[in-house]
Write a protein that binds this ligand. Structure first.
Ligand code: 13P
Length: 248
């Protein structure tokens, strides 16, 4: 069993004052270093400072990267720049970017490729809408996104999948255990069909209204290799409780 991956996605939150929360988490992790991989993805502006103070047991990642290495792309940030700033991972294809920035799955795959080329773990997000779920098309929708968003030829060790049903993000609504198990099993099948046996090693992390109260039961489900936490990652006590649920 690989260690669970616990990711805090701060989204567009966090100023210098919140660096202390990352430092404190790093200190609290010293008693359980080998039990979970903990990753905080603050805004770009905090990455370099966060990476300096996070300590050995908390990694720092980004929430997005550009698909090109460098060039005339005003305002953009490349995966190499993130690596250079101290990041070790990047989330690509979060539904908020797919929705609001119009990112296609093909573009997400290009970003994942750029991330891997720069030496970052790519956390590739997929997830169905409420309408797709209600219409019985959730599995197909996620399989289609997966097939286009995971770059061809990528090594199993270079990426993780974030399954985040859009209707569960920030809503307090969480899929049932059966729904999570079914979806993660389906994603696993798709990964194995694509990568062969090494697809079994890819971590599939669940995201959407993960809280201290539900983290343990979600993490216990088969094929759940971690959690992707939004709102609760901004509350140090709650995030630490989720980390402890993953690394009891
Ligand atoms: P919430 O935990 O706030 O639902 O957000 C989930 C998410 O989008 C993490 O990437």
């Amino acid at each position: 069993m690989t260690r669970p991956l616990v990711v805090g996605n701060w989204k567009m939150h966090g100023l210098s004052a919140q660096l202390a929360d990352i430092e404190a988490l790093g200190v609290s992790m010293t008693d359980r270093p080998a039990k979970a991989d903990v990753l905080i993805c603050p805004p770009f502006t905090l990455i370099e400072r966060a990476a300096r103070i996070a300590g050995s047991f908390v990694a720092i990642g980004a929430q997005n990267c550009h698909h090109e290495t460098s060039g005339t792309w005003t305002g953009e940030i490349s995966a190499r720049m993130l690596k250079d700033s101290g990041a070790s991972a990047v989330i690509v294809g979060h539904s908020e970017r797919r929705q609001h920035q119009g990112e296609s799955s093909e573009r997400v795959a290009a970003k994942a490729n750029a991330a891997v080329a720069a030496g970052l773990l790519a956390i590739i997000c997929i997830g169905e809408t409420q309408a797709e779920r209600a219409g019985g098309g959730a599995l197909d929708a996620c399989a289609a996104q997966l097939s286009l968003s995971v770059p061809k030829g990528i090594a199993a060790s270079a990426f993780a999948i974030g399954y985040e049903p859009l209707w569960a993000i920030g809503s307090g609504q969480v899929p049932t255990a059966a729904q999570i198990t079914e979806m993660h099993g389906h994603i696993r099948q798709c990964l194995v069909a694509r990568l062969g046996a090494s697809g079994n090693a890819v971590r599939i992390v669940y995201g959407g209204s993960v809280k201290p109260a539900n983290a343990r039961s979600i993490l216990a489900l088969s094929d759940v290799g971690g959690v992707l936490v939004g709102g609760a990652s901004l509350k140090p006590d709650e995030f630490e409780a989720i980390v402890r649920a993953a690394a009891p």
